[in-house]
Design a protein around this ligand. Structure first.
Ligand code: PLP
Length: 317
């Protein structure tokens, strides 16, 4: 669906077959990166229902990302309406229970022509989907990470807290280099002090320190929907103290458990963190109890196996 030049409201959307789109070479997104996206999943339950997880929160985050990038926000309620329509229309591609999910990728970008650095005159919003296998192909296994001072992901007061395409292009080279050194992903530090943990590639960071669950405070990190859910579950179900604050990387080396969270990563245990050639191992490279409990609680709700007291899941069918 698109906006018309000079028109603020969005045109009504429609379902169309997946395929290439035509785009003006002067489009705002191609020249100045005026674009945002979201990432969600639809999953089948044992009873063959189809569930989404907190879609309205994704819609609201897309509204915020769009405003930051000077683009007309698409209404979050209507966003959920269209997410459901696209998922229902692609039902045959949703893997069976426990075998994967339908990944949902909404993109919103400046499609109208613009030559000076300015907002594009019109915008396009597309939702496409793709079936994906389970994230943990070899089982629920801790990953190996590295802390880098070589690159930063986001500047203080920059755009790190919104899901704009601009934040991602620059992270591909660091990720390739860390893979070549034998790590799964890297941990970015804050750009101002190069001291505080920010994020793990495209996932939020958590550690268990003195039996409290600690996570970097919001600022230049993406406010993950999984992050918010994990904080609630740890408080309510595990009765843990949950603290959002600056976490100096040296502190983390004493953590009893470390993990990261995201739509794709779900809850991924972190087995070791390498810093300046020294490897710091957590919980003997085994999945810790808090990590396992939070993974079970979250996936139980997402897959419809456990009650959902928070009304987080939304039924498509
Ligand atoms: N951090 C970044 C940079 C991300 O791209 C993502 C994925 O969307 C996350 C964190 C996790 O966010 P969520 O839990 O909403 O998927």
């Amino acid at each position: 669906m698109t906006t018309k030049e000079g028109d603020k409201p969005w045109e009504e959307g429609k379902l169309v077959p997946f395929g290439p789109i035509q785009i003006n070479p002067c489009a705002g997104v191609l020249n100045y990166g005026q674009g945002v996206f979201e990432g969600m999943k639809a999953q089948r339950t044992k009873k063959n229902e189809i569930l989404l997880f907190r879609p309205l929160d994704n819609g609201k985050r897309m509204e915020e990302s769009s405003s930051r990038m000077t683009m007309p926000p698409y209404d979050a309620q209507k966003y959920v309406f269209w997410i459901k329509k696209v998922v229902a229309a692609n039902e045959e591609y949703i893997p069976p229970y426990g075998k994967g999910s339908l990944y949902i990728r909404p993109i919103l970008f400046g499609s109208g022509p613009v030559l000076g650095v300015a907002p594009a005159p019109s915008y396009t919003f597309i939702i496409f989907v793709v079936p994906v296998g389970p994230y943990f192909k070899e089982g629920f296994k801790p990953i190996k990470l590295e802390i880098t001072k070589q690159y930063h992901r986001a500047a203080t007061k920059g755009t790190g807290n919104v899901k704009t395409v601009c934040n991602y292009a620059g992270t591909i080279k660091p990720a390739i280099e860390t893979h070549e050194r034998g790590f799964d992903q890297l941990i970015y530090l804050d750009a101002m002090h190069e001291k505080y943990i920010e994020e793990v590639g495209t996932a939020n960071f958590f550690c268990v320190l003195n039996e409290e669950l600690v996570t970097p405070k919001l600022g230049s990190i993406l406010p993950g929907i999984t992050r918010a859910s994990i904080m609630t579950l740890a408080k309510d179900k595990l009765e843990m103290n949950v603290i959002e604050r600056d976490i100096a990387y040296e502190e983390v080396f004493n953590a009893s458990e470390v993990f990261c969270t995201g739509t794709a990563a779900v809850v991924t245990p972190i087995g070791s963190i390498n810093f300046e050639g020294k490897e710091h191992v957590f919980n003997n490279f085994k999945v810790g109890k808090v990590t396992q409990d939070l993974y079970d609680l979250l996936t139980g709700i997402q897959l419809g196996d456990k009650p959902d007291p928070y009304n987080w899941v939304v039924k498509v069918k």
